[in-house]
Design a protein around this ligand. Structure first.
Ligand SMILES: [Zn+2]
Length: 128
């Protein structure tokens, strides 16, 4: 795994491309800049906050190789999540409301995970 030298949460002063979802980070948007060292090379890894969070929540880091999680595996992981949870058998395709950019999917998955947690807590609380 790469060594993380530091992690900062700057506000974008110019447009960046998220290394995970490959979508734009807009000017004025807060993002994550991680300075890593791998194999003697120092580099910055730039992502949306949501993309990083969804990677952690879906445990994508558990089965990535020693170079760390890359954008390609991130997007594959997201796709397979949508495929597993939001596949429309009738249309024989991913549900139309999930045919989005990977950044939009990441945000939608986060929302969904939050809602599910709430649901679980409520269920446990009322004992059903
Ligand atoms: Zn992203």
């Amino acid at each position: 795994m790469p060594t993380i030298l530091k992690e900062t949460y700057p506000t974008a002063k110019k447009e960046h491309i998220c290394e995970f979802c490959a979508c734009k980070i807009h000017i004025g948007q807060k993002y994550i800049r991680q300075t890593n060292v791998y194999d003697g090379t120092k580099y910055d890894f730039i992502t949306h906050q949501e993309c990083k969070e969804v990677a952690r929540k879906l445990r994508m880091y558990d089965d990535c190789d020693e170079e760390g999680l890359d954008g390609e595996s991130f997007r594959e992981n997201l796709d397979s999540y949508v495929y597993a949870n939001h596949y429309d058998d009738e249309a024989d395709d991913v549900c139309s409301d999930w045919q989005l950019s990977h950044y939009e999917i990441a945000k939608k998955v986060l929302e969904e995970l939050k809602t599910e947690n709430k649901y679980e807590q409520k269920r446990n609380h009322t004992g059903h």
